[in-house]
Design a protein around this ligand. Structure first.
Ligand code: HPA
Ligand code: ZN
Length: 331
């Protein structure tokens, strides 16, 4: 179904650094004489054995992103690629840990560069970007507090949300509640990675301990049908990333991915790429694979794009504008 490629798409779960094409990172490493040859396969793709190895490779790749100018270039490259897949609105995780190490002044400079790139991408490619500030779970709750301060100080039209990524098996979500409370009090909306590497209880913790209105992945809620029902009833939105889950071996195929059953049970599912070049995917590929796996047609994808836009953390004016783009295409 060729039209799937053209359909306007809304993405809510993309790690900005995780969108870096390997050739882009390799080029930066060469420019700066940083030796990270070990993170690439011979064919130029990223090399990692499992999720925990992926996190190390990700952090090594980030060592080439040494300043705001590098993030300007990264943001443009990532948005150009997303727009080529039909993405018209992207909510992207931004990590002050990789943008000045939590220093507020440095963070503001990185953010300025990212916003400048976003404005250029909006003019050139017709894609709108918003940021979700994200501490990294395995860096611990103390670093997360510093990140929460950065988030609270820069909350506004561009920085709309607060989340948490990294190693789900590290520590407990409730250890981060101080940071989430601070972000919420600054007006930020809340999401959290949970239920990718841990089961249903972790999804419950994201919702109940942190007040998440969206859950990053949350896919393993499927192991507890009472929880699936509760998520559907409460209208909690799942930022599902099927291609990421398949690439990392959580499910053997798209066909085996719970997104089909969750959609059928009335859960607000959304479709996302997570870290697309790492997982050899794009939004267009996610659509195509889901079409093949579940025979979803344009009507289903249009409904899911609308669900994602409704769940976006941006202001009402931006939503209205993006909605017009969706409606023009979907009728
Ligand atoms: N999951 C969790 N943390 C991350 C990821 C991811 O896919 N990418 C970067 N940080
Ligand atoms: Zn993620």
């Amino acid at each position: 179904m060729n039209n799937l490629n053209q359909m306007p798409k809304v993405e809510l779960h993309l790690h900005l650094e995780g969108g870096a094409p390997p050739a882009f990172i390799k080029g930066l490493a060469r420019e700066k004489s940083i030796d990270i040859a070990g993170i690439f396969n011979e064919d130029g793709s990223y090399r990692f054995a499992d999720f925990w190895d992926f996190l190390k490779v990700y952090e090594a790749a980030c060592t080439t992103l040494t300043g705001p100018q590098e993030f300007y270039r990264l943001t443009l490259a990532v948005l150009e690629e997303s727009a080529a897949s039909g993405v018209v609105y992207s909510e992207t995780f931004l990590s002050p840990d990789f943008c000045g190490g939590g220093d507020l002044g440095a963070w503001r400079e990185y953010l300025h560069a990212i916003e400048e790139a976003a404005a250029k991408a909006e003019a050139d490619f017709g894609i709108t970007l918003r940021g979700i500030v994200t501490p990294i779970r395995h860096f611990g709750p103390e670093k997360a507090r510093v990140v929460a301060r950065c988030a609270a100080e820069t909350a506004g039209r561009f920085i709309t949300g607060f989340g948490i990524g990294g190693d789900e098996k590290s520590g407990a979500l409730k250890d981060f509640s101080w940071s989430f409370d601070m972000a919420r009090e600054a007006g930020l909306r809340i999401t959290a990675h949970a239920g990718e590497w841990k089961g249903p209880d972790e999804v419950r913790a994201a919702i109940n301990d942190l007040g998440a209105e969206r859950v990053g992945h949350g896919v393993r809620a499927i192991e507890d049908m009472a929880l699936v029902e509760e998520i559907a009833e409460r209208g909690i939105v799942l930022e599902l990333c099927p291609g990421s889950n398949v690439a990392l071996g959580i499910y053997p195929s798209f066909r085996a991915h719970p997104i089909g059953e969750m959609y059928d049970r009335g859960v607000k599912v959304t479709i996302n790429t997570d870290d697309p070049p790492f997982f050899h995917t794009t939004m267009a590929r996610e659509y195509e694979m889901l079409h093949q796996a579940f025979d979803w047609d344009e009507g289903v994808f249009a409904k899911i794009a609308r669900t994602a836009l409704d769940a976006a953390f941006c202001d009402a004016d931006t939503k209205t504008r993006i909605l017009k783009t969706l409606e023009q295409a979907h009728g």
